[in-house]
Design a binder for this molecule. Structure first.
Ligand code: NAD
Ligand code: UFG
Length: 338
């Protein structure tokens, strides 16, 4: 049996495909390439030695699922496909709800029609909103989101929970990612944002490689160690391994499970900048700017539940995350076009 990985040519999906294959799983990728590059498939072959079956298609298209479920033996889905740019979601709410919600509803209907009722879903720490207390545990309350992207994650968690409540044959794992950075040690796959990056690490690596002049640090007046925002950065390979560990919660009768995937340690923006400079021997010029709308001061995970129930812990520290992000960017300044 194979695992269908939607969004499998994207940043987290591609790293997860590597870990799935290397732990002996058969994988089929479905991606519409709206935010990824088909050349990833060649890189995946270099790393794993395997040709990964790929379908180019959209999760809103029933036909592609009919084709995949007819041709492949799928027993579970790891669902990464979705739009993820927070700022863009504010200006294009319909597109975000259509892609992420309509797309997932279409997929879930096709899955149940074909008797496939096992799913791991990419959720986000964004569902905790601005938490009252850190670290956040899986029992911390979900709060109002500040943008349509966040709402799609929150709503899809609810939809999947309700699907399981109505039909106990569904096994659902909601993985709440904290801030994935880093890249595969080979330097052959990594994050490849289109245009100017929204997130901290790809912005830093593009400054380092000379594509961007300087980093804007969004606010130095938060109630944190040095006034800049604190987040729980997690190496994307550790995050990918979290999905392999979560497969055991798709065994019959597992039901609904929720896990934070983070390291449990928060770092500030300036700590990331300094660590990146130190481990890679490059300078990151920066200017302090005002706060970015919708940002919170501090968020980091309690990863205790994932450790206890899945036997999973993040192994890479912040130095490795900075090193591996830089290796990828330095070796591939133009992304997969190089
Ligand atoms: P990504 O954009 O690199 O990967 C998403 C992939 O989905 C892309 O390859 C894209 O082409 C594909 N896709 C988008 N819409 C599709 C559609 N309608 N049909 C088929 N394919 C489609 O993003 P990522 O960082 O790898 O994120 C993967 C998942 O994890 C997303 O659901 C994202 O919301 C979630 N997530 C990401 C982060 C993060 O910081 N990167 C944090 C929390 C959650
Ligand atoms: N930051 C800067 N300058 C930048 C970019 C970011 O100072 O150019 C700061 C932010 O203000 C924040 C920190 O760096 O304090 C991290 O920002 P990111 O944009 O990298 O990450 P966020 O925590 O804001 O959000 C990301 C994703 C969300 C997701 C969340 C948790 O964009 O979709 O992680 O997974 F929900």
């Amino acid at each position: 049996m194979a695992i269908l990985v939607t969004g499998g040519t994207g940043y987290i999906g591609s790293h997860t495909v590597v870990e799935l294959v290397q732990s002996g799983n058969d994988v089929v990728i479905l991606d519409n390439l709206s935010n990824s590059d088909e050349r990833v498939l060649g890189r995946l072959k270099e790393i794993t030695g395997r040709d990964i079956t790929f379908y180019k298609g959209d999760i809103r298209d029933r036909g592609i699922f009919e084709e995949i479920f007819a041709k492949e033996k799928i027993d579970s889905v790891i669902h990464f496909a979705g739009l993820k740019a927070v700022g863009e979601s504010v200006s294009k709410p319909w597109e975000y709800y259509d892609n992420n919600i309509t797309g997932t509803l279409t997929m879930l209907d096709e899955m149940r029609k074909h008797g496939v009722k096992n799913i791991i879903f990419s959720s986000s720490s964004t569902v905790y909103g601005d938490p009252d207390q850190v670290p956040v545990t899986e029992e911390s309350p979900k709060k109002a989101c500040t943008n349509p992207y966040g709402w799609t994650k929150s709503m899809l968690e609810q939809i999947l929970t309700d699907m399981h409540t109505a039909d106990s044959e569904w096994n659902v794992v909601l993985l709440r990612y904290f801030n994935p950075i880093g890249a595969h040690k080979s330097g052959r796959i990594g994050e490849n944002p289109d245009g100017i990056p929204n997130n901290l690490m790809p912005y830093i690596t593009q400054v380092a490689v000379g594509k961007l002049k300087e980093l804007s640090v969004f606010g130095d007046d938060y109630d944190t160690r040095d006034g800049t925002g604190v987040r729980d950065y997690i190496h994307v390979v550790d995050l990918a391994k979290g999905h392999v560990a979560a497969l055991k919660k798709l065994e019959p009768g597992s039901g609904l499970s929720i896990y934070n995937l983070g390291t449990g340690t928060g770092y500030s923006v300036l700590e990331i900048v300094r660590t990146f400079e130190e481990v890679n021997g490059v300078k990151i010029p920066y200017v302090i700017k005002g706060r970015r709308a919708g940002d919170i001061a501090e968020n980091y995970a309690s990863p205790k539940k994932a450790k206890e129930e899945l036997g999973w812990v993040a192994e890479n520290g912040i130095r490795e995350m900075c090193e591996d992000s830089w290796r990828w960017q330095k070796n591939n300044p133009g992304g997969y076009a190089d």
